[in-house]
Structures are given as structure tokens and as C-alpha cells.
Design a protein around this ligand. Structure first.
Ligand SMILES: [Zn+2]
Length: 611
């Protein structure tokens, strides 16, 4: 029996590794939608029938290796379909060396092996993968005023006033995370529901103030910042951007999409005055803060949705020096000429002990729904003069597609509106059809939030990954229906069920710092689609628990060509795992978001323990 089992395991391992040459829908078909719960029950039945013998498949291990550490007890969910639950996981030299029953694991346990014993209600699972976030942005956001929990504009004004009291005059006050649709009352005065600079000028007349919208697609500046930026009534916005004005024609301080650069450049000019040492110090601090935030929430790998070349180079040096706190897979986002020049030398796969990979290009074809920037096929329900914004020339996306094919990069395009998604799918289809054979390039649409029903099957057909964020569904729900109306929301918004049924791979994440990095909040949103007020946002599109867990582990790994080293507790893979305080397969769904991470293990080392 043992040899049979070993052969089976080798086969399944070969299946999972894929070697980057999978067919169009490789992962979906090879990772059948088994019900983990049911398999767990079958296993238990088997154990009862055969008198408690160690019956779960044994594991190929190098007999000479002794485990540094084993995790046992509780519920251990592997996300490996060949053995969904095991009694123990053994690791050595940063990798998983065996999984199976306690009896099987005994052969790799030595006198020095540390045992982590789970309590019966606890669960261990693979380290979670943030599928779309902004790593340095997350760190920087932790160095700014946090505005996401403000319930009124006045509360934000008050926080700026407090910051102004302790910040030397002339220095920037920056904040992030405001969202006008989440305030209890409209700001006074307002233009189209957006606040004006008036109150900021009252409390911070001697400081430039820049407050970025929760979506990252809009900014609010005060008069001082606009003067530094040279913005007047006559200033024209750059293409793909807008400057909001009041009835008298005066800019109110709100800058949409590319127009944000006007203020951003003024701030960057001030940043130029920092010494190189100060700049590096700031980056280091951002990395450290972001890393800490990830590890305490069980994130061991982070897919970064766009970093410029200069910062990628710096991060690569950090990786090679062993200074990165989590594993990064990054998309390059920069001026396209610079990207073209750098692509051949920039590609990095698994550098610094699998902490640093660059193999993807990022572009944004539209804005976000909250600030009416998502590019739609029909006008906004609540702004009938607008169909949103196309933020980059189509030819530029075509050019990037050509570069991605030429240098074998993944192409990742931010698309939120249904028109943005259709145009992106068209570009992908044209580019990919020029390629021979059924090889999936695993190109991705980042967000894929609002889809025309006729475009949904194209994700599965083209092998395009829908890189979505569960938490956006419930946090945006309040304004999705305002913006799109009921019918378009029902048939096109956050279509997880339809995408999965159509054979697409759907990943998960938080877009941190747009949302909190906490993956359990996003998992709960993915499984329940329930808002804080108790209502559900079209629950027929929810994922099952198993699908949601896959979207944060093995499917996310697939979306980065990393399923042979991450995403499941399988011998040979990296020893990245977490221990949490509840069983995600059977705890009440509305408590998933309260899950606490007790330990995070990265490369076989315990890097976080909850006090
Ligand atoms: Zn993003």
C-alpha cells in the first residue's frame, strides 16, 4: 500500500507543479472542486473502520532529514487535494518535508525537533497570499493620518488640525483613506458631494495638506498645496484627469485620477530636498511597518500591484541581503519607455531564498467606481453626464501586451468598469491569439469588478485571471447600486460564482492600503457578501468556504506561477504556514472576520506569535 500511495503522490505533485506550460484552464481542471469537509469525514470513517491505524497516505521524505519543527493537533488543512487534512506537518531547512499521520511523521522527528501542539479548536493552514496590494504604499500609509474610520468630514478636519498643531509650518500633512459615501452626513460646503478646501484652509493655513481618497484615485488638497502646485482657475487637467470647480469656477481642491499628479509633483519636489539617506530610511521604515502588518495577519506572501523600477532595484538589494519580512511578487509599473528598457534585466524569479520575484507588468486602463472613475459601457446612474475615465491610451496597453509576450512577463491590467474590462479582454485576446499552442500566460485583470454578462465567460475561455478583492464587495456595496442601478449591480458586480463556474481562476486580496490587510475580513465578505448593516449584496455570487480559502492560497499562487512552491502544505514546498484560533470550515460564517492569527511561520521559522 505504501508504494502505491507514494506513486500517487508523485503524480499529483507533478500535476500541481505545472512547470509554466499549462493548458488554458490548467489549474481549475487539475484541482477538482472536492468538498474538503466531506473528505475529512470519509477519512474519519476510514479511521474508525480500520481501528485507528495510520491510514492517511504516507509521504515521500528524504529519510536523512530530521525535522526542525513539527505542527500537530487541531485541524490541519493542507489545501492539497491529494490529502486535504493531516495530523501533522514536518519542516526542515525552510521547506515542508513531510505531512501525514503522527505515525508517519515519527520517522522524521529527532530529539531536537520542536513540537507545536495545536489545541482542538485551533487550525493550521498554508500562509495566506495577499493577491493584490501595494506593499510600500501599505507601509507609507501607516506613517500617515489614517482617515478610513472617520465618520464625517469634520472629523477629518479635526485630525488635520491636530496634525497642524505639531507639524512645523510649511511641512506637508498627508493622510489617506477618506470616502465621502461612508460619512454620516454630506460635508459643508460641498460640490457634487465632495468637500472643498475651505475647512482645511481654516485649520491648516500654513501647511500644504494632501488627503488621498480610499480608492487612491482621487485627492483632496488645501489652498497652500494648490499654490505650491501652481493650480489656478485656469489650470487645465492632464488627459485622463479632472479638477473639480465650484459654481464660481474656483478649484475646490478635489483632483480626480491623473490630475492628482499636479499636487503629487509639488509634494515630490519637496521630497527632493530629502537626503538619499533620509529617503532610504523612509523606505526601510515602510518595509518594516508593512511587513509587521502582514505577518500579524497571516500574510506570508504579497503580490504587489505596481512598483517603479528604482524601488524594485532597492527591494531586490534588500531581498538579497535577507532584509525582506515577507515574500514579494511584484509588478513593474513605470513610464512605458523605462519599462521597455528595463524588462530584460529586471526579471527575477525567487531571488533571496524565494523572497523576491518580478515577472509582471502593471497598467491601469480606468479609475475606481467610488470617485466615478470606472470606465463604463453606459452612463453612471447617479452622474448621467459621465461614463467614467479611460486613463491610458489603448495603444499603450497594446504596446505593453507586445512587450509582455516578447520578454515573457505576465500582463496585469487594472480594470474596474465594464467597458474597461471589455477593452482589456479584447486586447488580451488579440495578443494571446498570436501565440502558438494552448499555453496560459496567466495574464490578469486586476479588480475585474463590474462586468458585462457577455464578457464573464471570456475569463475562463482565455485563461485570464480575475484578481479580485472580496472585501471591496461589501465595503463598496453602499454606493455600487447608487452608481450602477440595481440591474447592472446584480448582473455585473463582483461576479465570483459566475466567473468560477465559467472556469476562471479568481484570486483574493484587499488592495491594501485601500482596505485593511486583514485577510479574514475579506474571506468573510467573500463567503457571506454581508454588509455591516446585516443586508447581503446579491449572495448568489458568494464563494463557498473552500473556494474562498483557495482564492487566498493555491489559486493565488497559481496566478503568480508559484503553485509548485506555495499555496498548500505539500512536501517540497516552502514551509509557510499559520496557526489560527478557530476552524474556518465550521465556525459561524459571521465570525470568520474575527479570526486571530496565533503564529505565523515563514520559511520554517516562527516570525510572529500573538501575545
Ligand atoms: Zn491596487
Amino acid at each position: 500500500m505504501r508504494t502505491t500511495v507514494l506513486r500517487q503522490r508523485r503524480n499529483s505533485s507533478a500535476d500541481l507543479s505545472g512547470h509554466g506550460s499549462c493548458s488554458r484552464k490548467p489549474f481549475v481542471s487539475r484541482f477538482p472542486s472536492k468538498n474538503i469537509l466531506r473528505i475529512g469525514l470519509l477519512r474519519r470513517l476510514f479511521v474508525i473502520l480500520f481501528g485507528g491505524l495510520a491510514l492517511w497516505p504516507s509521504v515521500a521524505t528524504a529519510q536523512t532529514l530530521v525535522a526542525d519543527r513539527i505542527v500537530q493537533g487541531g485541524t490541519i488543512l493542507t489545501m492539497d487535494p491529494s490529502r486535504p487534512e493531516v495530523e501533522a506537518v514536518a519542516m526542515a531547512r525552510g521547506r515542508i518535508i513531510a505531512t501525514g499521520s503522527l505515525r508517519e511523521i515519527a520517522s522524521v522527528v529527532g530529539p531536537e525537533t520542536e513540537v507545536l501542539q495545536l489545541e482542538p479548536h485551533q487550525m493550521a493552514l498554508p500562509g495566506l497570499i495577499e493577491g493584490h496590494g501595494h506593499f510600500l504604499g501599505l507601509g507609507e500609509s501607516l506613517m500617515m493620518l489614517r482617515l478610513s474610520d472617520a465618520e464625517t468630514w469634520e472629523e477629518i478636519v479635526e485630525r488635520v488640525a491636530q496634525a497642524a498643531a505639531i507639524t512645523p509650518p510649511g511641512q506637508w500633512i498627508v493622510g489617506r483613506g477618506w470616502h465621502q459615501s461612508k460619512w454620516k452626513e454630506p460635508p459643508q460646503p460641498n460640490v457634487e458631494g465632495y468637500p472643498t478646501a475651505k475647512r482645511l484652509d481654516e485649520v491648516a493655513p500654513n501647511h500644504p495638506v494632501l488627503l488621498t481618497h480610499a480608492s487612491g484615485h482621487m485627492s483632496m488638497a488645501n489652498g497652500y498645496a494648490m499654490r505650491l502646485a501652481g493650480v489656478t482657475e485656469q489650470t487645465q487637467p492632464p488627459e485622463g484627469g479632472e479638477i473639480l470647480h465650484d459654481a464660481s469656477g474656483k478649484p475646490i481642491g478635489v483632483f480626480r485620477e491623473t490630475a492628482q499628479a499636479l499636487i503629487g509633483q509639488a509634494q515630490a519636489r519637496d521630497d527632493q530636498r530629502l537626503t538619499p539617506e533620509q529617503r532610504v530610511q523612509r523606505l526601510r521604515q515602510a518595509v518594516e511597518l508593512a511587513g509587521r502588518e502582514c505577518l500579524q495577519h497571516g500574510i506570508t506572501s504579497f503580490q504587489d500591484a505596481g512598483t517603479p523600477v528604482s524601488q524594485l532595484r532597492w527591494l531586490r538589494r534588500q531581498a538579497l541581503a535577507g532584509e525582506l519580512p515577507v515574500r514579494l511578487w511584484l509588478m513593474v509599473r513605470d513610464d512605458l519607455d523605462a519599462v521597455e528598457k528595463e524588462l530584460p534585466g529586471l526579471k527575477s524569479i525567487g531571488l533571496g531564498n524565494d523572497f523576491f520575484t518580478v515577472r509582471a507588468i502593471k497598467l491601469s486602463i480606468d479609475g475606481a467606481l467610488g470617485p466615478h472613475g470606472a470606465w463604463l459601457l453606459e452612463p453612471y446612474q447617479d452622474l448621467p453626464t459621465s461614463m467614467g475615465l479611460n486613463t491610458i491610451p489603448i495603444e499603450a496597453v497594446e504596446r505593453a501586451a507586445g512587450l509582455a509576450l516578447k520578454y515573457d512577463y505576465q500582463l496585469c491590467v487594472h480594470a474596474i468598469g465594464d467597458r474597461a474590462n471589455r477593452v482589456t479582454l479584447d486586447i488580451f485576446e488579440r495578443a494571446l491569439s498570436s501565440q502558438p499552442g494552448p499555453v496560459s500566460r496567466r495574464w490578469r485583470i486586476e479588480h475585474a469588478q463590474h462586468l458585462s454578462p457577455s464578457d464573464i465567460p471570456r475569463f475562463g475561455q482565455l485563461g485570464v485571471i480575475a484578481a479580485m478583492q472580496g472585501i471591496h464587495c461589501t465595503s463598496d456595496a453602499v454606493f455600487v447600486i447608487q452608481r450602477l442601478g440595481n440591474l447592472r449591480a446584480k448582473t455585473g458586480a463582483y461576479m465570483w460564482r459566475s466567473l468560477l463556474d465559467g472556469g476562471a481562476v479568481v484570486t483574493n486580496g484587499t488592495d491594501a492600503p485601500v482596505e485593511e490587510i486583514n485577510p479574514f475580513l475579506s474571506l468573510q465578505a467573500t463567503i457571506t457578501r454581508r454588509l455591516a448593516d446585516g443586508t447581503q449584496f446579491f449572495p448568489e455570487q458568494a464563494m463557498t468556504r473552500e473556494e474562498a480559502l483557495r482564492s487566498y492560497t493555491i489559486d493565488c499562487a497559481y496566478a503568480a506561477f508559484e503553485e509548485s512552491s506555495k499555496g498548500s502544505l505539500t512536501p517540497g514546498k516552502l514551509a509557510d504556514m499559520i496557526i489560527i484560533d478557530r476552524n474556518l470550515l465550521n465556525c459561524p460564517a459571521e465570525t470568520i472576520g474575527q479570526t486571530q492569527v496565533l503564529k505565523t511561520i515563514l520559511g520554517g521559522q516562527v516570525v510572529y506569535t500573538r501575545n
